[in-house]
Every structure is written in C-alpha cells, then in structure tokens.
Design a protein around this ligand. Structure first.
Ligand code: UDP
Ligand code: MG
Length: 315
C-alpha cells in the first residue's frame, strides 16, 4: 500500500498563481500515482489565509473541477505559520504524509518524489534544503544569511537554508500537535520533535507571479519572534553584560575614591556624559528585550486559538 500524500499550500492573495500551481501539482501527483510512489487518494490541500482577493473562490472552482484539490478556509488572516499549522492539523486526519510548500512555485516540485523516497527509507521528517541562492536578489540573499547566523548565535536550532518546504509523517505531525505555543515558529520547533530525519536538496526559483508576502518589516518581526520563542539567550546575554558592567563600575569606584583623596575631583565631564548616554540607552534596550519576553508570556497565558477554520472542502 502506497502512502497517502497531502500537499499543504498556504495561500494569501494568490489568485495570480493558483491556476498554474494547480496545473503543475496535478500533473506531478498524477505522475507519482502512476509511478506507484504515492496512493491515488493523495490530494492538494490549499489553506486560504483570509485572502482579500478571489483566492477562496478559485480554490472552490478547482475543488469542483479537479479531483485532487481540497481546501481549508480560515476565518481571517493569521499569517503564514498559523495557516501552515491549520493545514497540517487538518491534513493529518486524512494523510499518511504531508508535504508543505508555498503557493508561488518557488520550491521545485520535481523533488517531491525524493521526499517520499526518504520517508520510505524511514525518515519521519524530511527537510527541503536550498542548494544555492543564485536566483535571490542581493538584498534577500544577505538578509537571509544574516537571519540564519543570528538564529544560530542566539541558540535556536534550525536547519540551514531550509524554509517551510518539508515532509512530515502523520506521526511527526501528531507530536507537533503537542506543542501548544501561540508564538509559532515552526522551523525552530520541528527540529525539537526528533525522530529520524533527512534532507533533500532543491533549487529555489523566483516567484512565479505576484509579489512577496514577506516584506522586510515582516521578515524582521519573524526573526525576532523566532529568537524569542525558541531561546532565552538574549536575556542571558544582558545578565552577563550587566554583571561585567558591575565589575567594571567597582574598579571605577576605587579609581574615584583614590582620585578624591588625591584631590582631582572636577575633571571627567566627557567621561560622565558618555557613560550616562551609554547606560541610558543600554538600559532602555534591555528593558525592551525583557518586555519582549513578558509580552510573549502574556500572549501564551491566554491560550487563544491559533487559527479558526471557517470552511473545509475535502473529499
Ligand atoms: N502566506 C500566508 N499568509 C500570510 C503571508 C503569506 O499564507 O499572511 C503564504 C503565501 O501565500 C505563500 C507563502 O505563505 O504561499 C510564502 O509567502 P511568500 O511567497 O510571499 O514569501 P517569500 O517566498 O517571499 O518569502
Ligand atoms: Mg515565495
């Protein structure tokens, strides 16, 4: 018996790409079914993340005309990560394995077979890893690299050059369901699940049509969320830094007391100003970092639902 594969695709204002994506994924699924790679009950599952355009209507049309297309409609826009989670949690009810990918065909669908092959070799999670960033803009390439470096330094375990193109077995998704956090950073959480994992390399293309839904502002917010939801290293760094400053100030104190007895008490205004500005800024920043975590705790204690499903069309 071949495994039932569900391809989960979060969509936010993707009316321009859905027709092409559906066409290519249908062809690919057909080929995989013919080649006895996956079961004929395999499906594409679009998750409409509160799009403001015709995305959901288009998904409905495909649902009627294409036997592979199924859909989940969220009650409003909840962001890529939550939409993805909604898709995974829904798909696990029907599928043996789920592969998540973007709607814009940036992830090369020709490697879908390799994902399934790795699963058949015993992996519960297979990460799609980009082999190069040749097709990225200079800006995207360098901000992305900085992102991985900072994450690593901050103690978040993520797979290098892996976005959200991955296969997860039903079992792995069931374990993922146990991670209840509302500050969702899937790339940081999924490696925590464990099991046997492997990677598949692929070439990432340009967006097929439309604009990126991840402008710089969202990318920075995503990076901060990623760090603060997976690591307390920033707070630890501040504590260490504070302790070092405390030691230095002790030495300064001795210096000042000796100076006082030697009679040089007036000089030092520039030093004073510099130190004042430095510590003022540093303290405000530190309060900000701590506040970031307090905010996270606040959001977590509410335990609000991470997504609400308005409609579900499956067969
Ligand atoms: N997306 C989503 N909700 C959002 C933003 C994006 O579901 O609020 C989806 C989007 O439709 C796409 C995927 O997340 O399928 C990745 O977005 P995009 O391709 O714009 O990001 P980039 O590839 O530029 O990082
Ligand atoms: Mg994209």
């Amino acid at each position: 018996m071949e495994p039932i594969l569900y391809i989960v695709v979060p969509c936010y204002n993707e009316e321009e790409v859905l027709a092409e994506t559906t066409k290519r994924l249908t062809a690919k699924l057909n080929a995989m079914i013919k080649g006895n790679v996956v079961s004929s009950e395999s499906r594409i599952m679009y998750v409409n993340d509160g799009s403001k355009d015709r995305t959901w209507e288009i998904i409905n049309d495909f649902y009627k005309s294409n036997e592979f297309v199924t859909g989940v409609n969220l009650s409003r826009n909840r962001g890529h990560q939550n939409a993805l989670l909604a898709g995974l949690m829904t798909a696990k009810e029907y599928a043996d394995i789920v592969i998540s990918m973007d709607a814009d065909l940036q992830d090369d669908i020709e490697v879908l077979d390799k994902f399934v092959e790795e699963y058949k070799n015993g992996s519960e999670i297979v990460y799609g890893v980009r082999s190069s960033r040749k097709k990225d803009t200079f800006f995207k390439k360098h901000t992305a690299l900085a992102f991985y470096k900072i994450m690593e330094k901050m103690g978040v375990e993520i797979v290098y050059n892996h976005a959200d193109y991955r296969l997860m077995s039903k079992r792995a998704i069931e374990e993922l369901a146990g991670y209840k956090e509302v500050n969702l950073f899937l790339r940081g959480i999924i490696p925590m699940i464990g099991f046997k994992t492997s990677t598949v390399e692929y070439e990432r293309d340009k967006r097929f049509a439309g604009e990126s839904k991840y402008p710089l502002k969202k990318m920075i917010a995503f990076a901060i969320d990623g760090i603060t939801s997976c690591s307390i290293k920033p707070i630890r760094l501040i504590t260490t830094f504070g302790f070092l400053i405390f030691l230095i100030s002790m030495l300064l104190l001795i210096y000042v007391v000796i100076g006082y007895f030697l009679g040089n008490t007036v000089a030092g205004w520039p030093t004073l100003m510099v130190l004042m500005c430095f510590f003022g800024g540093f303290q405000i920043m530190s309060i900000g970092v701590v506040g970031e975590y307090v905010g996270k705790i606040y959001m977590e204690t509410k335990e609000r639902p991470r997504f609400i499903i308005a409609d579900k069309i499956v067969k």
